[in-house]
Design a protein. Structure first.
Length: 102
């Protein structure tokens, strides 16, 4: 499900079952990431699928990348793997107005 920055932030803050997932490359993460995020690079292909398959399906995942395209794909893959609640941050970290750890 695609959410605007505001919707994503509001939903995340109210969610006690939330996990933030950054699907960018390690190099991109080094430039900064949203606090509390775990990183699984979608460009790893099958390894991404395997790592996502290990995630707790009962959690709600707030997924982001640089601009929102890769995270949209990641949410789709996650849905196919049985994770019902995967929320894509439209605009990605480029448009993120919250805290970033550098």
């Amino acid at each position: 499900m695609n959410l605007s920055q505001e919707e994503w932030t509001e939903k995340l803050q109210a969610d006690e079952n939330a996990v933030i997932l950054d699907v960018r490359t390690e190099e991109e993460v080094e430039y900064g990431y949203i606090p509390g995020a775990i990183n699984i690079d979608i460009r790893l292909g099958q390894e991404f699928v395997e790592e996502v398959g290990k995630l707790d399906k009962s959690k709600n995942y707030y997924v982001y990348c640089r601009s929102g395209a890769r995270s949209a794909s990641a949410c789709s893959i996650m849905n196919q793997l049985g994770i019902e609640n995967a929320y894509n941050l439209m605009g990605g970290i480029l448009e993120w107005e919250g805290d970033i750890i550098e």
